[in-house]
Design a protein around this ligand. Structure first.
Ligand SMILES: Cc1cc2nc3c(=O)[nH]c(=O)nc-3n(C[C@H](O)[C@H](O)[C@H](O)COP(=O)(O)OP(=O)(O)OC[C@H]3O[C@@H](n4cnc5c(N)ncnc54)[C@H](O)[C@@H]3O)c2cc1C
Length: 571
């Protein structure tokens, strides 16, 4: 059998903001660049970002304040050197995006407008109405096309070619006809986004199945801080579709079924604008204690009616549409129903602040890079602040693109690859396509998502986590016995969903093991049985490794400290 081997200087998997920004930088410097994506680039989840992108631009704000808010938001687990780098480059990143053609909303003085977001000392989120991500993604994608980047969309990457400490390419199959393809490159970058789909109620796109994490982990490489999953306070009740933090930023107030503005109890100073973990726990607590709204008492209300039709129509039009479509509620006239939703993944593929992927706590993998939500640099630590991740994707995407250019100049070798290097990946895909057992992929996926939400969600205990560990082991076993009815090769979405499920089962085990081992509460990780932060034992990053039998072992890596010493985190 022969399969095509495509050769490039740089292959990037993922065409969201991180992938497009890196591709643009590398191509602009004259390298040949190919971006693989399972969706059309403009359908990447970056396009769903509504609220904004942070940068300290105004006179009342400063880079130090942005750094401090981010470190405090991270519950002191963020690496302060990486945070410093990102915050200091944020203003330039905004100017760069604007020069590339992104049209930001403006204030009356004609300056770039900024709205307040949770955990901020000063209004810092720049925005383009409530379509910030889409505006940026369209702009950077167009610029990448202009610089000659090859975009191969509808390619599913399911393995890396990793030998002797170096990554030399990826294996992908074409979703149109399931044909196998090898992409051989000097540098490979993963920019595959988040993995919220492991949870039942989530705000993420269907494509956010965290494939890259499991691909990396199956080679024995580590994943970092996977126990930290952010639950956003305002998901549309029932579906989890996001009502952006812009709603609270513009003045939305939260009420329980007794009409109490309950944030007065949980965060007396910042109220609704406390950081996301604090507000999500408050909402979930109100529901658990029986003060939820509606027949099932399973949500609370956010009231925006006092903002008036004009403000809502000019600043939050997309949010209004979403609430009308999914709830039949018009936020101009009535409060809308919301509950916490799995939203963002702080953990991911560990890399240094230049984007080099880590092989362990000391060494780096040659020729392998990551940026955006799939990576863990770590700028968000245990909890990300709103409007910091579009910034992360855009800034680090660009920055890692520049690192790749430098590294190639300094001589990363081009290692030829052969079919034998991807034979396992080809066989595995064929096995799944032909599988003839009794288990159904949608049923297994449902079970995974529901149990992850119940046992490893907003509140966790030793008991719930140990139970989830066993459930995941069982799901992994049952996955070997799945059945696919569609055995064709043309647009086989059954096949894709099965492969995605296998990835979700693997990385979910990292979320659970990290959470079992971290016997404290920090940021988004809350243990009812260990409700306090324990800096003495756990001011450390989790680095977790999976062996061939699926067992996970954990070691810890020091946090990079800087100017800001850990303090009690109150809002
Ligand atoms: C609803 C919503 C609203 C948000 N709003 C904000 C906001 O206002 N401000 C903010 O800062 N952050 C926000 N975020 C978070 C932020 O948008 C994301 O973290 C960020 O855009 C991620 O960018 P990315 O480039 O890393 O990944 P994505 O934009 O998710 O792109 C991932 C890419 O990887 C590709 N891919 C994945 N797996 C494979 C595979 N196996 N093979 C081939 N291709 C693959 C996909 O096709 C896609 O192109 C929001 C997130 C959500 C879900």
């Amino acid at each position: 059998m022969s399969i095509p081997i495509h050769k490039y200087d740089v292959v990037i998997v993922g065409a969201g903001l991180a992938g497009c920004a890196a591709a643009r930088e590398a191509a602009h410097a004259g390298l040949s660049v190919c971006v693989l994506t399972k969706l059309h680039p403009l359908r990447s989840h970056s396009g769903a970002a509504q609220g904004g992108i942070n940068a300290a631009l105004s006179d009342e704000d400063s880079i130090e304040l942005h750094e401090f808010d981010t470190v405090k938001g991270s519950d002191y687990l963020g690496d302060q050197d990486a945070i410093k780098l990102m915050c200091s480059k944020a203003p330039e990143t905004i100017r760069w995006a604007e020069r590339m053609g992104a049209a930001f909303s403006r204030n009356e003085e004609g300056k770039i407008a900024q709205r307040p977001f949770g955990g901020q000392s000063s209004p810092r989120a720049c925005y383009a109405k409530d379509r910030t991500g889409l505006t940026l993604l369209q702009t950077i994608y167009e610029q990448a096309c202009r610089d000659g980047v090859t975009f191969d969309d509808e390619y599913y990457c399911s393995d890396i070619i990793y030998k002797d400490g170096k990554v030399s390419g990826v294996y992908a199959y074409n979703l149109v006809d399931s044909s196998a393809q090898i992409f051989n490159a000097r540098a490979v970058m993963f920019a595959t986004g988040g993995y919220g789909r492991a949870f039942k109620i989530n705000s993420n796109a269907h494509a956010n199945t965290g494939d890259a994490l499991s691909i990396v982990a199956r080679h024995g490489l580590p994943l970092e801080d996977m126990e930290f999953v952010q639950f956003h306070p305002t998901g549309i009740a029932g579906s989890g579709v996001l009502i952006s933090e812009a709603a609270r930023g513009e003045g939305g107030k939260l009420f329980n079924s007794k009409g109490e503005r309950f944030m007065e109890k949980y965060a007396p100073n910042k109220l609704e604008l406390a950081s996301r973990d604090v507000v999500s726990r408050a909402i979930t607590q109100e529901i658990l204690e029986g003060r939820g709204c509606g027949e099932n008492k399973d949500h609370v209300h956010i009231d925006l009616t006092h903002l008036g039709a004009d403000l809502i129509n000019t600043k939050l039009p997309e949010l209004r549409d979403l609430a009308i479509t999914f709830l039949g509620q018009d936020m101009i006239k009535e409060p809308i129903s919301i509950a916490a939703t799995a939203h963002y993944s702080m953990g991911g593929i560990p890399c240094d602040k230049e984007g080099h992927v880590r092989a362990n706590t000391k060494d780096l993998v040659e020729g392998f890079y990551a940026a955006g939500e799939c990576s863990c640099v770590s700028v968000h630590g245990a909890n990300r602040l709103g409007a910091n991740s579009v910034l992360e994707a855009l800034f680090f995407g660009r920055h890692v693109g520049q690192t790749i250019v430098e590294d190639i100049k300094n001589g990363i070798l081009f290692n030829d690859v052969h079919i034998s290097d991807v034979q396992n990946a080809i066989d595995e895909l064929e096995n799944i396509r032909k599988s003839n057992g009794d288990e159904r992929v949608p049923a297994l996926r449902d079970e995974l998502q529901q149990t992850m939400t119940n046992n490893a969600g907003v509140f966790r205990t030793e008991k719930s986590l140990l139970e989830q560990r066993e459930i995941l082991k069982d799901l992994k076993k049952r996955f070997k016995n799945i059945r696919l009815d569609d055995k064709s090769k043309i647009y086989n979405t059954d096949l894709q969903e099965a492969v995605e499920l296998s990835h979700m089962i693997d990385f979910s085990a990292f979320i659970v093991e990290g959470a079992i081992n971290r016997k404290e509460s920090r940021g988004a990780h809350f243990r009812n049985d260990y409700p306090n932060r324990d800096d003495e034992k756990y001011l450390k990053h989790t680095m977790a490794y999976m062996d061939k039998d699926g067992n996970i072992s954990i070691e810890y890596m020091d946090v990079v400290m800087g100017n800001f010493k850990p303090e009690v985190r109150t809002y």
